[in-house]
Design a protein around this ligand. Structure first.
Ligand code: ATP
Ligand code: MG
Length: 274
């Protein structure tokens, strides 16, 4: 693979599996030989904690430091990047990122700061996954400007049409005004409990309605307590429960993500752009 792909994992709804997907998609891609960087773009630092750093606020350097360097027109301090034992690299975050989001309001090219940081290191990776915070604020906007594409994790029961429409409108606006190449790779259903008739019917109606405009990935991530334990253990599902159903699902999902490249070459303008 010659070119790096930057994917923003985003949904303004909280607790839908963005961070879990970032970790496990990242490790699944690494397991298949790709070079992967995970970027924690959430001041909560959940991605950083999920990769075993228990007190992110004690880190002296983080994404906020890197973004400040970009704002000051200094070279990116690459020593901020941490190598995880499972093969992925991490650009960690902590509470300092919330100060950065406020600071961004007063600077020139405020939507481009994260892109500037990521562009300076993208040649070192095949995939860069950006774990977004649950909001459509300036930090998420920075992620959408830096990204080539978007993956939207969503719990079937939480997929409010209104929330999805708002997210798509934001992506569409970014696509028209700032980042022409932004593409929505698709919606990933997470924490799916197929035993309930309710979940089955929600998923069926989602696939038939949204599915016409936006891809809903074939892979569904099942609900499993083992998956919830991972972030506490500071490891991916591939280490925590490698023979379980969630590991199998994330591995299958990573193959769908890899295949997207074949389908998006010379693609026409997506339908969701108005
Ligand atoms: P936030 O919006 O706060 O950043 P998020 O969208 O990143 O949240 P996660 O933190 O990934 O969501 O997941 C929310 C909770 O659900 C976590 O406690 C996580 O461990 C749990 N969880 C994630 N995936 C699964 C799963 N497949 N089965 C069961 N629990 C899961
Ligand atoms: Mg999160």
């Amino acid at each position: 693979m010659e070119k790096c792909k930057v994917i923003a994992i985003t949904n303004q709804k909280g607790g839908v599996g963005k961070t879990t997907t970032t970790v496990n998609l990242g490790v699944a891609l690494t397991n298949q030989g790709y070079r992967v960087l995970l970027v924690d773009a959430d001041p909560q630092g959940s991605l950083t904690v999920s990769l075993g750093i228990h007190n992110p606020d004690e880190l002296e350097e983080s994404l906020a430091t890197v973004m400040q360097a970009a704002i000051d027109d200094r070279a990116m301090p690459t020593e901020v990047i941490i190598s995880h034992t499972e093969g992925v690299d991490l650009l960690p975050s902590n509470i300092e990122l919330s100060g950065m989001e406020t600071a961004l309001f007063n600077i020139m090219n405020r939507e481009y700061v994260l892109k500037c940081c990521i562009d300076s290191i993208r040649e070192n990776y095949d995939y860069i996954l950006v774990d977004c915070m649950p909001s459509l604020g300036l930090m998420t906007l920075n992620a959408l400007v830096a990204a080539d594409s978007v993956i939207i994790p969503s719990q079937p029961s939480f997929l409010s049409t209104k929330g999805l429409r708002l997210l798509l409108r934001t992506c569409s606006k970014v696509q028209r005004q700032i980042n022409r190449k932004l593409h929505i790779d698709g919606i990933l259903l997470t924490m799916v409990d197929n035993r309930t008739i309710n979940a089955k019917s929600i998923i069926a109606s989602l696939r038939s309605s949204v599915g016409e405009q936006i891809r809903v990935f074939d892979t569904e991530i099942p609900f499993s307590v083992r998956a919830a334990e991972c972030s506490v253990a500071g490891e991916s599902i591939f280490k925590h429960d490698k023979n379980g159903k969630v590991a199998a699902a994330y591995e299958k999902f990573s193959k769908e993500v890899i295949e997207i490249e074949e389908h998006t070459k010379d693609r026409p303008r997506p339908e969701w752009v108005r």
